[in-house]
Design a protein around this ligand. Sequence first.
Ligand code: DGI
Ligand code: FE
Ligand code: FE
Length: 188
Amino acid sequence: MNFQEIKESIRAEMPVKRYEHTLGVEYTAACLAMRYGTDVEQARLAGLLHDCAKYIPASEKIRICEEQHLGVSAYERKNPELLHAKLGAYLAEMRYNIHDQEILSSIVWHTTGRPGMSLLEKIIFIADYMEPNRNHAPNLGEVRKIAFEDLDICLRKILEDMVIYLESSGFVTDPMTRETLEFYRSSL
Ligand code: DGI
Ligand code: FE
Ligand code: FE
């Protein structure tokens, strides 16, 4: 499949709103790749594919992750929505024939982040949060500006706001999200 064919297939798999978000992540990731001097096409492809597993039903998410030995933590079993990240990387490889490990790991870590993220992982995580169709997060204007100045400061700001949001909405924060925040707090 070429880029256009992947795009058509992704479009057919999701509601219009999610597809618009997907395009927003593709373009925002491209802009950040330009700013930080990394491969623009690679960033676009990662952005396009990052939520490709979003609409697999929760029980299926758990079933496929178990069958394919992708690992399902107790926390993920309670919050199967989180599995769309690692399952997305799996589908990107199996269904879309993407074998670029940098792209695949940027999809795996796009929801929780991880300590010591690669440049592409940071770009996809940040693009997912701030793409132009997102409008609920607090401090979006500030985040969008810092994203083009310093990726690590931007990550820390996003993670701080994300944890505040999750806890105030009654979610328990994923241990990995918390570890990522601690890492970017202490490494700056
Ligand atoms: O897939 P998107 O909506 O574009 O964004 P995402 O990949 O960041 O996923 C957001 C969803 O994941 C949203 O339903 C909240 C949830 N989420 C993200 N981090 C955590 C979390 N849910 C819990 N319970 N804990 C987390 O740390
Ligand atoms: Fe996502
Ligand atoms: Fe997303």
